[in-house]
Design a protein around this ligand. Sequence first.
Ligand SMILES: O=C(O)CCC(=O)C(=O)O
Ligand SMILES: [Fe+2]
Length: 293
Amino acid sequence: MGFIKSITERLATGQKPPAIRYADFSAPAPEDLLPHLDQSGIDEASLTPDQKQWRRDGVLILRDFIPDEITAPYIKRREAHPNPAGWPQGNSYQFVPEMRELALYPPLMQKLEHLIGEQMMLQLCLTNWVTSQRAWHQDDYLNPSFVNCWYVAVWIALADIEPDCGPFEYIPGSHRWPLMRGEKVRGILGDLGHEVHELHWPKTSECFTTPAVEYEMKLRRVKPEAFLAKRGDVLVWHARLMHQGSLAKTHGKERRSLIAHYSGVNHRPDIPDQSRFQDENGQIYIKFGDPTA
Ligand SMILES: O=C(O)CCC(=O)C(=O)O
Ligand SMILES: [Fe+2]
């Protein structure tokens, strides 16, 4: 069976299958544990246009969504940062109110709740103004496995995002693919003799996840789309959406954005109440480390 399958695939893809395949580090998503919009058999007619787009594509694109006066304070603060890579820590929003206010913009938070079905809380910001060069992955695998897609991320454009800067790329509909599992990826990495470092395993494991995902894309005959944008445009993406920070065609070209990640308030039993803080609008963010700092 393996031999015939591999010949058929080789004819379909023109390529030898990689030794490690997508199925080796993914699993069917446990449907009864997923958010409502990920369930099969829901009444499509009852959904809003935003929910329909989410269910179909795994993204919600909100053009011209954040007014300039809301992005301005963060842009000013970020421009003044001495490090061209921005803040190195993912929890920098704890110490930078301008970042937190942008990531917790109430109309955006309402959209997230509308898609996921519960209030979302901020837990990570990426502040680099060049591409992350993170190869294909679904974000859910970065979390404990009980999170099961009660997680979402947003890409907020802060200037024109052009094709050669290494834009965010995604595969529409890939939020219905099997779910990448962190423990499976770490298991394979260890078996291959690599160190499974607490922070670095998602990057180290790209040596086998990238060829496996690229092969899977060929088999499924799907092509990525790039998020080209203007200041104030937002792309919200599903925790199971296959995406990457593509390589810049013009090396080092600026790509001004704020990327923010959120978890559902009822799906993080590992994050204690003492680490959850509310801003003046009632939006929740997580403080890591000493919560009194
Ligand atoms: O650099 C990018 O656009 C993608 C970053 C990413 O994968 C993420 O924030 O989850
Ligand atoms: Fe990601």
